[in-house]
Write a protein that binds this ligand. Structure first.
Ligand SMILES: [Zn+2]
Length: 390
C-alpha cells in the first residue's frame, strides 16, 4: 500500500522514497510513499521527476499509486521524487476554488453541486438548479473573492464517516474519511490537494453558464489561470476597440451602431437590387420580339452561381405583360421559369414536366418555378423545349 504524503502535506514538493516494485521494464514504478497525486476525485495527476526521469502520468490503483515514466528507472532502491510545482499549485488553486464556489452557491441559495470537472484548461461544476441569473453569478463570484481576500484557513482532518458532522454533501464512503474545511464556510469529504488558506486561491473567475440535462454548468478559472484568461480577453477587447477606433468602454455602443448601420444598408441594397432588376427586365422586354401569340421571352444564362441570383430579375420580367423568363445556371445545372399570369404559361406545370422528362426534378408556383438537372446535356435539352414552350 502506497503511503500518500499529499494527504497530510499538500505543499511537499520533493521527497525520498524506496522503490518497492518495477514493472514494464522499469517504466511503471511503485514506491513505499509518494507526493505525486494520481488522477482521482475529479482532480488531474501530477507530473515531475523520479531521480531525474520524467513522470508522464500517475494512476490510482486503489491500494497503490503507479508512476509511469518516459524511460526506465535504473537507480534505487532509494529515489528522489520532485513535483512539477507550477502544475500542482495550479491544480490546488482550481480545487480549493471549486470547494469555495460550491460552498458559496450552497450558502447563498442552497444550490447543490452535483458534479465537478477540473480540467487541463478550464473547470466546471454542475448545479441542481434549472437556472442561474447573471446577477447571481456576479454575486457568487464576488462573495468567493471576498472570502479569498479574508484569507481563511483551509484545514484537513480525518473522521469516521458515520460520525462526521456538518458535511456540505454526505459522503458515500465508509470508515475513515478525509475532511477539507474552509473556516466558517465549508466541510467537504475530499481526497484532493488543497491550498492551506483561501488567499492562495488568488482569484475566482466565472466565465460561462450552460444548460445541461438536469441543471446548469458553470465554467470557472482560479488563480493564475483566471489572470491569464482575463489578460487574453482584455487583449481581444483592446484589439477590437482599436479596430473600431473606439475604447473598450465604448464598444457596446459602437457595435450596436454598426449593427444598425448594416441593417439599414442591407435594406437599401435590397431596394436598389429590386430597382435594378426592374430596369434590366424592361430592357430585356424591349429587345424581345413577341411571338405570333404575343408572348415575349427572355433567356439569361449564368456559367455558375445560384438560381436565387436570378429570381429578382425573373420576378420583375414576369411582372410585365405576356412575359416569360427562362434563367439557367450551367454549374450546377439548374433552371428557373417565371411567367406573367396573362401569358397562358403555368410555370410549375411546364417546368415540372420538362425537367422530369430530362431526368431532373423541380417545382414551384404558376408564376415561378425552378428545377435541377443531372447534367449539362439535359439542361440544354430542357432550355430548348422551354424557349419554344407555349
Ligand atoms: Zn474536492
Amino acid at each position: 500500500m502506497t503511503q500518500r504524503l499529499y494527504y497530510l502535506d499538500s505543499y511537499l514538493r520533493s521527497f525520498e522514497a524506496s522503490v518497492v516494485e518495477r514493472a514494464e521494464e522499469g517504466r511503471r514504478i511503485y514506491l513505499d510513499r509518494t507526493a505525486f497525486y494520481p488522477t482521482s476525485g475529479g482532480q488531474l495527476y501530477n507530473t515531475g521527476q523520479l531521480d531525474g526521469i520524467e513522470v508522464a502520468e500517475v494512476v490510482d490503483e486503489g491500494e497503490r499509486v503507479a508512476h509511469f515514466l518516459v524511460e526506465p528507472l535504473v537507480s534505487g532502491p532509494t529515489v528522489l521524487g520532485e513535483l512539477n510545482w507550477p502544475r500542482r499549485l495550479d491544480h490546488m488553486q482550481q480545487h480549493t476554488g471549486q470547494h469555495l464556489l460550491s460552498a458559496v452557491l450552497a450558502d447563498l441559495w442552497n444550490y447543490t453541486t452535483t458534479s465537478v470537472h477540473l480540467g487541463e484548461l478550464t473547470s466546471t461544476l454542475d448545479l441542481d438548479t434549472p437556472q442561474l441569473s447573471s446577477e447571481q453569478i456576479a454575486q457568487a463570484e464576488e462573495r468567493a473573492n471576498q472570502i479569498i481576500a479574508e484569507n481563511r484557513p483551509v484545514t484537513v482532518t480525518f473522521a469516521d464517516a458515520t460520525t462526521a458532522a456538518g458535511l456540505r454533501k454526505p459522503s458515500s464512503r465508509s470508515g475513515t474519511i478525509r475532511i477539507v474545511a474552509i473556516e466558517s464556510l465549508d466541510r467537504s469529504a475530499c481526497g484532493g490537494t488543497h491550498v492551506t488558506a483561501t488567499g492562495a486561491i488568488g482569484a475566482v473567475l466565472v466565465r460561462k453558464l450552460e444548460r445541461v440535462r438536469k441543471g446548469v454548468r458553470l465554467e470557472f478559472l482560479c488563480g493564475i489561470r483566471a489572470v491569464r484568461r482575463s489578460r487574453m480577453e482584455s487583449a481581444v477587447l483592446s484589439n477590437l476597440a482599436a479596430e473600431l477606433s473606439s475604447s473598450v468602454d465604448e464598444l457596446p455602443r459602437v457595435v450596436a451602431n454598426q449593427r444598425a448601420d448594416v441593417k439599414a444598408l442591407s435594406a437599401s441594397k435590397r431596394e436598389l437590387e429590386a430597382e435594378l432588376s426592374r430596369y434590366r427586365a424592361q430592357e430585356l422586354y424591349a429587345s424581345a420580339q413577341p411571338d405570333p401569340a404575343g408572348i415575349r421571352r427572355a433567356t439569361v444564362r449564368l456559367p455558375g452561381g445560384e438560381l436565387n441570383e436570378l429570381r429578382g430579375l425573373a420576378q420583375a420580367f414576369a411582372d410585365l405583360p405576356r412575359a416569360v423568363f427562362i434563367g439557367s445556371i450551367e454549374t450546377p445545372p439548374s433552371v428557373l421559369l417565371s411567367a406573367a399570369p396573362d401569358s397562358g404559361v403555368d410555370a410549375a406545370n411546364v417546368l415540372k414536366r420538362t425537367v422530369s422528362l430530362a431526368g431532373g426534378r423541380g417545382g414551384g408556383s404558376s408564376t415561378m418555378a425552378q428545377g435541377v438537372l443531372p447534367g449539362r446535356a439535359q439542361l440544354e435539352q430542357v432550355l430548348s423545349v422551354l424557349e419554344g414552350a407555349k
